[in-house]
Design a protein. Sequence first.
Length: 360
Amino acid sequence: MKLGTFMMPLHPPEKDRTLSFEEDIEFVVRADELGFTEAWIGQHHTLAWEPIPSNDVFIANVLPRTQNIRLGSGVSILPQHHPVNVAVRLAYLDHLSRGRINCGFGQGGVPTDWGLFDLPDPQTQGLMTVESIDMILKLWQTDPPFDFQGKFYHIKLEGGMPEYGIGALLQPYQKPHPPIAMSIVRGSSRAARMAGQRGYIPISTNLVHGSTLAEHWQTYCAGAQEAGRPTPERSLWRVSRSIFIDETTESAWEHARNGALGGSFSYLRTLIESADMLDLMKHDPEMADEEVTLEYMLKTMCIIGDRDECLRQLLQLWEETGGFGTLLMIAHDWDDKEKWLACMETLTNDIVPALPDISG
């Protein structure tokens, strides 16, 4: 199995912002040194817990500090950006990295972000996202002049002077374009179906039960079948999980309940409930909202314990999902830096090598 990371990031609002950003940089650099294969960086504008507003700027910062790890937008929230800006900025990063860039696309799920950009209802944003992806792909693979007319965007480039390089648009280093991924949250997600139809990388959220993860793969495969594509290889699938390993299971749970890990899940529950989507976290739709407690979330959505216990839980997750190619460790605030660094090292050196490997 391959090991990567998904950085939302997650920092308590009271923590100094500059220190938080420096910690995020150090985390990715350390992940690269340990052999993590990829890091996906989140983006939000109005969440103090998740304070990176520009993941492409963050990626540009860590590119020269790392050697091998692939860096991805996780995700570029397309309704909040014009497709041309997304296309040329990611293409530029692709060149600066000589092809070490992945591109995650999505529509976002934060109501205060929607209001900040005066965006329409979520269903319309979904349609905007699909059109934006199509526009970006055209921009990456079409030489001017062109005129792309959509429902939400009209993008044209005409009247250039090619002999002087006027009217040219930067295209990616990787051909035909960098690998594309989509984040998947709901079991019957339209994003999962679309990703399957198009052969994009599926990235499953860390905020659902294992049974929902299994449904993600079923929906993804259904999309591939509808499009007449070959049955997807499970090695393509990324599954995200919050993971905390300590010397004993008891000490791991004490730290998880009382530290930044527990605090982040209390925040995430509040955020998801405010968007009227608490059902996402339930393994049974008949569950009452009050049953989605911190203890429930930590037990059903996290991997917590000593080395042997965490290995047992990950093997159980493997069986429940049917297997996947890359485990994405969620980056949490370093409330105890030494413990989190030790957790990364144990996961890399002792646990992931013991997991089944179907990586392509």
